[in-house]
Design a protein around this ligand. Sequence first.
Ligand SMILES: Nc1ncnc2c1ncn2[C@@H]1O[C@H](COP(=O)(O)OP(=O)(O)OP(=O)(O)O)[C@@H](O)[C@H]1O
Ligand SMILES: [Mg+2]
Length: 276
Amino acid sequence: MSDNPYQHDRGNKDRSLGNPDGMGTMDTTKKSGPTSQTSGEPFLIGANMTGGYGRGGPDILHDCTIAVEKGEIAVIVGPNGAGKSTAMKATFGMLNLREGHVTLDGVDITNLTPQDRVGKGMGFVPQTSNIFTSMSVEENLEMGAFIRTDDFSETMEQVYDLFPILREKRNQPAGELSGGQRQQVAVGRALMTQPKVLLLDEPTAGVSPIVMDELFDRIIEVARSGISILMVEQNAKQALEIADKGYVLVQGANAHTGTGKSLMADPEVRASFLGG
Ligand SMILES: Nc1ncnc2c1ncn2[C@@H]1O[C@H](COP(=O)(O)OP(=O)(O)OP(=O)(O)O)[C@@H](O)[C@H]1O
Ligand SMILES: [Mg+2]
């Protein structure tokens, strides 16, 4: 049971933003379980999640399931207040679930703290306040590496290769950057732990269509390196176009689920959520 449960082929070993061996450094919660070969579940799944905020708060999520396969992009869309961010937070361990479970690579992580989930290979970029505005770009990336005790300079170079503008602005306070550049800082910060899966809550919020396309291209690049992407998007059409899998949430529950293509083609989804 002391085996690393995360040993697997990741492909693309030469320039991987991911980490084939998991963090390994401050993994004090070795609760080994079966590996994904035996579980048959998606790589990451928040399954049948029911719960809300605080103790005794009303349920926001109702039997809600979101998941992503290895190296794929899954997109969550839905109206304002549908519970998209709540579902992401629940998957990251920021909610006390009354029912449901979260499994990463075949290991049940339902009872782990968010920090321990980072140790297991999850990166999370929240919808708001996702950078330290008074710190420099580079300091933000260093903060992102907070759980690492090894040399993370190579990962930082990989982030700078992915987002070259950040290399240029490495010494500027992150708060002085444009909206799109700040989102790059936020994603870059999350990449510093070499996650296996990235949770992104509206990474293109408030940016122009051109910058959105550019960010999506970078997100595709991250997925191709083997890192799974689970993201909430307000730009539903464009996001479903690049999604392997899509979820439409309404009032804390799954309303429609399918491949990005099938959801785009579904007349009801189009009429209700994609503006016809
Ligand atoms: N910290 C919180 N405490 C209590 N209730 C909350 C909290 N955050 C969100 N809620 C409630 O949970 C419900 C779902 O909110 P959530 O932020 O998950 O929706 P969303 O789909 O992400 O919306 P948006 O598209 O505006 O980001 C809303 O009714 C909201 O008022
Ligand atoms: Mg939200």
